[in-house]
Design a protein around this ligand. Sequence first.
Ligand SMILES: *[C@@H]1O[C@H](CO)[C@@H](O)[C@H](O)[C@H]1NC(C)=O
Ligand SMILES: *[C@@H]1O[C@H](CO)[C@@H](O)[C@H](O)[C@H]1NC(C)=O
Ligand SMILES: *[C@@H]1O[C@H](CO)[C@@H](O)[C@H](O)[C@H]1NC(C)=O
Length: 456
Amino acid sequence: MVAEVTTWFTASPFQTDQHRPQIGCSASSSMSAQISWLAFSFIFFMFDPATLADQNDKDHDLETKRTANATKTLDLLFKSYDKRLRPKFGGRPVTVYVDLYIVDIGEISVTSMDYRMTMYFRQTWQDPRLRFSGTSQIVAQGDILNNIWIPDTYFKDEKRSNFHEITKKNYVLTFWPNGTVFFSIRISVTGVCPMKLHKYPMDCQKCQLNIMSYSYSKVDAIYIWKRGHEHSVEQATDISLPQMDLVRIKGSETTDVYSTGNYSRLSLTFTFKRRLSLFITETYLPSILIVALSWISFWINYKAAPARVALCITTVLTMITLTAAVQNSLPRVTYTKYSDWILILCLVYVFGALVEFAVINFHDSLETRKRDKLNRKLKKVDLEIGSDTGDGEPSDLKTRYLQRQLSSLREKIKSFTEQDVNVERIDSRSRILFPLTFLIINVAFWIYFVIDSARE
Ligand SMILES: *[C@@H]1O[C@H](CO)[C@@H](O)[C@H](O)[C@H]1NC(C)=O
Ligand SMILES: *[C@@H]1O[C@H](CO)[C@@H](O)[C@H](O)[C@H]1NC(C)=O
Ligand SMILES: *[C@@H]1O[C@H](CO)[C@@H](O)[C@H](O)[C@H]1NC(C)=O
């Protein structure tokens, strides 16, 4: 009422002024005078203090009456109410309609294989004992939770959950005149989610939350999604997880058979897809760079052994550290994951660079030793020829023999210098072979991963 008055008060004088040109010239002045007079008298009437006080009194009376009515209704309802027994006891099963609103989904932990979410968990059921005459629902507070039968719903795969009590217990309990009871609570659930990591980091994970009654079998209670499988679960639009994308949430209804009876169960399946970008930036790119670093040793002269060994060993150690860091962030599983294949490949390549240098060095030292031996022999033969010629009595046969030996030794030494070129060739071939094969194997791996991960 007061709101209406204020709009009248603010709008009428200005509106009449503004509309004046539209209402024809001759009648305008008398019309506006009439309207403002009407508005004035109306405002005066409305602001009459006596009328306002009357209205307040009337509202107050009505509120008191309604409060008394509701109190009486609630008292009457719970006078002979037995909260220990379910509605329709001994008769048809009570149907519990469930729907929920997911406020937030927290981190999905791979190491502990669980996830955490906060939701408004709503249940609606019919309790004929709570019918009352009246037209509107009653939203009750206080210790009413202790006075009413509530389904003993639990989450089958829950590790721990908590109820929120700030600033008061977060729940709503609404009674409708026809006996319908609506109960909504805000809870945080940490659910178990067994994960298969074969396809890590390109994996999809399915986590299930199962909702059922602890004590009532199907004979006593049946659970049903309130608005069908598809529409009973709502989620906040701003849910975003650091490592995963929530692909979809699906609801379903089933029956579990136990030795104690058949139980009605609702299940909720969350499908999460891991974002690949984290693995690429945190693990894959650094590994590739380390492997590329190990290839630099092919350009360093093989005679600079300390430089090459230091470079190769550093890359091997770094790669091992990186692999260990990735393994530590994941649970210990006995199967190989996609990430393992990539990391093992990188490790093999950095190790390969070290082995390549070892091979070159071994070749080189072997040749040096052989060359030294030949050189020594050459010197000896040289000396012998010198001593022969110096003796004055040259033996033709011996000299010719020695000279033949000398030339064969020179030949051998020459062939060794050619082999020196061979050692260099190992390096120059590695420069192309290592990056090329690494690229091909990587591409093959990724093609396989993409095809395999698409397969369900
Ligand atoms: C008070 O309760 C009676 C029934 O007990 C109902 O008929 C009546 O409309 C109620 N009055 C108000 C103001 O709600
Ligand atoms: C009870 O009343 C509420 C509100 O009017 C309505 O939504 C609900 O369908 C009714 N339940 C039954 C079983 O009639
Ligand atoms: C449970 O359901 C099975 C069939 O799914 C039925 O054979 C069995 O009798 C039921 N048990 C009870 C206790 O109702």
